[in-house]
Design a protein around this ligand. Structure first.
Ligand SMILES: Nc1nc2c(ncn2[C@@H]2O[C@H](COP(=O)(O)OP(=O)(O)OP(=O)(O)O)[C@@H](O)[C@H]2O)c(=O)[nH]1
Ligand SMILES: [Mg+2]
Length: 253
């Protein structure tokens, strides 16, 4: 099965190369699509260099401006769904999600439709978070569970592995979220469509370099957005795109 790892970047110049090299060391031969929102710190140029160093393996989607994580993912997912990938993985660029878990995600996706890399399957597996960050994350998880009824231990994770058919069913045009709510919304829609979802345990590492992009607006969008998601009508599964209509990822640009 052909797999691609989608990595959104905004100001990740000290993390991106390390991440790409670590992904390439895994025994899974995944392609990598970096989606950069014109990072002022030059991340886009580093991405281009990596695409030139590893042609046919690393690709870059440059976007004109920063519009939020959700928008960046929607653009990237549209792009990969036009290609012939069977499996799509999402992960952060800041090395919080270790590429060493890619084989675990790929093993589980062989008999599930969506696999979540979860920090809370066995207790709390986060390294270097302060107490405030931990409480915020745990409260967010409990809140999402309460409002949506999903029983997953980590409904807000951004380390996820999808079968393409599920992404095709998601109806990317109808997603509400611009920011981090995207992670909850996509998992919730998948859950409501009755797909098989599994969690695999991961250890989450706080970033060593660069800064988090989470701010008050993102948290507010997520808090209100979860209620909106709950009130929306259930989505329906859609027919998958015929394989003959899929093409290969173009070179960077
Ligand atoms: N392309 C793009 N990437 C983004 C945007 N916002 C965040 N990212 C990337 O999304 C990933 C997650 O962002 P972080 O700021 O690390 O947020 P987080 O990991 O959810 O939260 P922290 O634990 O606080 O780091 C990183 O790879 C970011 O570079 C955006 O607007 N556009
Ligand atoms: Mg992060």
């Amino acid at each position: 099965m052909k797999a691609v790892v989608v990595v959104p970047t905004y100001n990740e110049r000290d993390n991106l190369e390390n991440l790409v090299l670590q992904i390439r060391q895994q025994p899974c031969a995944c392609h990598i699509l970096i989606v950069d929102d014109r990072s002022p710190d030059g991340t886009g140029a580093i991405a281009d260099r990596l695409a030139a160093d590893f042609p046919g393996e690393v690709f870059v989607l440059h976007r004109a401006r920063k519009e939020g994580l959700g928008r960046a993912y929607v653009a990237a997912l549209r792009h990969v769904l036009e290609c012939d990938y069977d499996i799509v993985i999402q992960m952060d660029a800041d090395l919080s999600h270790s590429p060493s878990y890619l084989p675990d995600l790929l093993r589980e996706i062989s008999h599930h439709d969506l696999v979540l890399g979860s920090r809370y399957v066995r207790g709390v597996n986060v390294v270097n978070w302060d107490f405030k960050r931990l409480v915020l994350s745990k409260l967010a998880t409990q809140y999402v569970r309460l409002v949506t009824g999903m029983r997953f231990t980590d409904a807000t994770t951004g380390f996820k592995c999808w079968r393409r058919e599920v992404l095709e069913s998601l109806d990317l045009d109808r997603l509400l979220s611009n920011g981090y709510l995207f992670q909850i919304e996509t998992t919730y829609r998948t859950h409501r469509m009755g797909y098989r979802i599994a969690e695999v345990p991961i250890i989450f590492y706080e970033r060593d370099f660069g800064r988090s992009k989470i701010d008050f607006h993102i948290i507010a969008e997520a808090l209100l957005g979860v209620i909106q998601l709950r009130l929306r009508r259930s989505p329906c599964r859609r027919a998958a795109t015929a394989p003959s209509r899929r093409k290969r990822l173009p070179a960077s640009g």
